[in-house]
Design a protein around this ligand. Structure first.
Ligand code: XUL
Ligand code: CO
Length: 437
């Protein structure tokens, strides 16, 4: 009996369909801006939220049965893998992402954990060959176990650092074994709560040391994929070292890691940093660091990482606008780092959640493509900066001006009129394009 036995194969039926198990907007093979929708979007399933998270919150125990009718042994790991590949096949999701601890029990020793990871990845490999599903990225969970309570790469305790290195090595091996396109570092406990007990400089240098060792090891093993940093400003620690894209990029550059790493931008992390999703994507792109996306959304009224399935089409539109403008995904994709609400407790709810997010991003893609084809936004921005095409503008851009020369030129410009920013006019363009799809 399959966990998702009540979920049929999900197909595109168009926007008038009322079939809850159909896509209304995601038509995988439809070509938009010269590329199939599925190749623009590159959807990935997040193993941890989709198959493990049981809805436990600080006020109550789990409401979602994610035991797959099996005890918490390798038996469950295999049943869970069957459910995972069944779901991805039914939804036409071609990629997945996982942490080492998501996919098998950790056992009572490193040796046991390694054996379990090796066995389950053998099983994944078989399933991947059968279905054509690929690994978008792997990662190690070096934040959950109490040994990482004060950090992994940034722990004051050297033994925690050593254990994290061992987990990362094995997660890299698993990623390589499965042909993973990327490897993610989300610095769960890499940060601090108070400087009263923290040597920040020491911790940051050690974090760079660990990432460098990981990069060197992976490359020595033939890994050709991309490493990602996933910025997040807070939660679990008060001051996360990878606060946002700009901070993470600065850190990578300062430590000689910028050639191997890109950003994995998560919407809910962006909003926690008081940035928009677009801001984080644009910051990555203009620094040559655009990579991959953890697609979810937060709640406007809650200040924590609610990891909700994306339903906000406006956000998805502006995000896909950035993705297309950045040249589209190459190694990355849209990983649904999202979980169903704890009242949505049936297996079918997981399917509905993915249909929602895939359709939201499909709408976002359609709208972003329409905005680009419409061209009014691009044209507006070009005109807004057109004064730079003047003689003095070009001279400044060619670095041929001194402050003295500019002072001499300023007098006749003292009453210059800056053109209107026309924010509301531009928002109306987005609405009109969105609602005429
Ligand atoms: C936590 C988070 C992680 C990373 C992978 O907020 O987003 O699940 O995506 O470790
Ligand atoms: Co994430």
């Amino acid at each position: 009996m399959s966990y998702f036995e009540n979920v049929p194969q999900v197909k595109y039926e168009g926007k008038n369909s009322k079939n809850p198990f159909a896509f209304k907007f995601y038509n995988p093979d439809e070509v938009i801006l010269g590329k199939k929708m599925k190749d623009h979007l590159r959807f990935a399933m997040a193993y941890w939220h989709t198959l493990n998270a049981d809805g436990t919150d600080p006020f109550g125990s789990g409401t979602l049965d994610r035991t797959y009718g099996k005890p918490d042994t390798m038996e469950r790991a295999y049943a869970k893998a069957d459910a995972a590949f069944d779901l991805m096949t039914k939804l036409g999701i071609e990629y997945f992402c996982f942490h080492d601890v998501d996919v098998c029990p950790q056992g009572n020793s490193l040796e046991e954990f390694k054996k379990n990871l090796s066995d389950i990845t053998d099983y994944f490999k078989k399933k991947m060959d059968e279905t054509g599903i690929k690994l978008l990225w792997g990662t190690a969970n070096v934040f959950g176990n109490p040994r990482y309570m004060s950090g992994a790469g940034t722990s004051p305790n050297v033994d925690s650092f050593v254990c994290a290195a061992a987990q990362i090595k094995n997660a890299i091996d698993a990623t390589i074994k499965l042909g993973g396109l990327g490897y993610v570092f989300w610095g769960g406990r890499e940060g601090y709560d108070t400087l009263l007990n923290t040597d920040m400089d020491f911790e940051l240098k050690n974090l760079a040391r660990l990432l460098t060792m990981a990069r060197n090891y992976a490359r020595s093993q033939g890994f050709k994929g991309v490493f990602y940093i996933e910025p997040k400003p807070k939660e679990p620690t008060k001051h996360q070292y990878d606060f946002d894209a700009a901070t993470a990029i600065g850190f990578l550059r300062a430590n000689g890691l910028a050639d191997d790493f890109r950003m994995n931008i998560e919407n809910n992390h962006a909003t926690l940093a008081m940035h928009t999703f677009q801001h984080e994507l644009r910051t990555s792109a203009i620094n040559g660091m655009f990579g991959s996306v953890d697609a979810n959304q937060g709640d406007d009224m809650l200040g924590w990482d609610t990891d909700m399935f994306p339903s906000n089409v406006y956000d998805c539109t502006l995000a896909m606008y950035e993705v297309i403008k950045a040249g589209g995904f190459t190694t990355g994709g849209l990983n649904f780092d999202s979980k169903v609400r704890r009242q949505s407790y049936t297996p079918e709810d997981i399917a509905y959640a993915h249909i929602l997010d895939m359709d939201s991003f499909a709408l976002g893609l359609r709208a972003a493509a329409a905005l680009i084809e419409d061209g009014r936004i691009d044209k507006f921005i070009e005109e807004r900066y057109s004064s730079w095409k003047s003689e003095i503008g070009e001279a400044i851009l060619a670095d041929k001006c001194t402050l003295d020369q500019l002072e001499a030129a300023a007098g006749e410009r003292w009453d210059t009129k800056v053109p209107s920013g026309r924010e509301e006019y531009l928002q109306e363009i987005i609405n009109s394009v969105l609602f005429s799809l």
